[in-house]
Ligand binder design. Structure first.
Ligand SMILES: NC(=O)c1ccc[n+]([C@@H]2O[C@H](COP(=O)([O-])OP(=O)(O)OC[C@H]3O[C@@H](n4cnc5c(N)ncnc54)[C@H](OP(=O)(O)O)[C@@H]3O)[C@@H](O)[C@H]2O)c1
Length: 329
């Protein structure tokens, strides 16, 4: 029997438990070329919020009744494919469910790595690769420059900031609570971290980035992003990674084109899935940094598929620190 979480209805503004339904269903028989995976670890990620809505985006929406999408790691327990055998550990879009019938082409063997498999869903997986592309290839931090990362305590932001530290930059994080900021400074070794909910925001930014901002790794958007633009230096770079504060609402930003021209600024949006051909190469570099402990990881593991919806809601509402993983078996 497969226990799965399906999309029951679409959220209006905020995501609620009512948008999901947990059901048991028979496992369909395998066709040639398919495998049955016993799912062990499920990654929760904010992009699922976008797929729950019908709004046109860079990827198609989920249909009502679909298993909620998500990347996972599991073990093949039955195979009708020449490429996989029972016992193989695989990674792919296994979904919010305990078992997944997958086409062989849609999964990969997990790479050898000297740490927990779950890191392949976080720092050494899609979120880490996202951080790498935005930070190393768009923000391009140089020693002595000031780099700012929003949602700095999150899965992507925590890695992006540590990559900038490895390059010798002065790294400033922005996060939603004093507790998150303490973690970002004390454990991740960012130079500073400021709470955007503190009464001194954004005036305290001038104190910790007195020479302006050379690179901005943007995870949030909305008014927070607008407040940072006047601080950007000549020849600064902005990587637009995510706009979590904007939900599905259109937010019109007040960027003055003259500011862009006068400062010769670069602003670039990017989507990690456009760079799939480079994932293994970037992943190797991330694994190296993790092994050398130049990047630290924080993950929260919650047990049971039935807890995926509430953990996902908590993630969107800023109640979580680091990478959110559901343990399934
Ligand atoms: N471009 C790509 O290919 C790509 C790939 C992966 C992820 N992303 C994007 O990257 C961003 C980070 O993803 P993640 O997986 O690392 O998530 P995350 O940062 O671990 O979790 C989301 C965090 O966003 C913050 N947040 C939520 N609402 C906010 C608001 N109104 N204002 C300010 N902060 C808010 C909360 O932290 P606080 O408590 O600090 O507010 C929350 O913990 C997301 O926008 C995601 O969509 C993009």
């Amino acid at each position: 029997m497969n226990t799965k979480i399906i999309l029951r209805n679409r959220p209006n503004q905020t995501v609620t438990q009512d948008n999901f339904e947990c059901i048991d269903a028979d496992i369909e028989p395998l066709k040639y070329g398919q495998v049955l995976v016993l799912n062990q670890w499920l990654s929760l990620d904010p992009y699922v919020r976008g797929r729950m809505s019908e709004r046109k985006s860079y990827a198609p929406s989920m249909e009502l009744g679909d298993v909620v999408m998500g990347e996972g790691i599991g073990t093949v327990i039955n195979s009708q494919s020449d490429q996989f055998k029972a016992g193989d550990k695989v990674i792919g879009m296994l979904g919010w469910q305990t078992h997944a019938v997958m086409n062989a082409a849609a999964i990969k063997l997990i790479p050898e790595a000297p740490f927990s498999d779950t890191w392949l869903l976080g720092a050494a997986g899609m979120p880490g690769i996202t951080a790498w592309i935005g930070m190393m290839e768009i923000c391009k931090p140089q020693a002595g420059e000031t780099l700012l990362i929003t949602s700095a305590a999150g899965s992507v932001g925590s890695i992006a900031g540590q990559l900038a530290k490895v390059q010798g930059a002065n790294v400033v994080g922005v996060a939603g609570s004093e507790e998150k900021c303490a973690y970002v400074q004390d454990v991740l070794n960012f130079d500073h971290c400021l709470s955007y909910k503190h009464s001194s925001w954004p005036s305290n930014l001038n104190k910790h980035a007195p020479n302006g901002i050379d690179g901005l790794f943007e995870n949030v958007g909305g008014a927070l992003f607008d407040s940072l633009i006047p601080q950007m230096n000549p020849f600064s770079r902005i990587a637009i990674c995510g706009l979590i504060a904007e939900g599905i609402e259109e937010h019109f930003h007040s960027i003055n084109l003259r500011t862009l021209l006068a400062n010769r600024m670069l602003i670039q949006g990017f989507i990690v899935s456009d760079h799939v051909s480079r994932w293994r190469e970037i992943q190797k570099q991330l694994i190296g940094l993790l092994v050398e402990q130049k990047i630290r990881v924080h993950e929260k593991i919650t047990e049971g598929i039935q807890n995926a919806p509430q953990t996902f809601i908590d993630l969107l509402e800023g109640k979580c620190l680091g990478k959110q993983i559901i343990k399934l078996s």
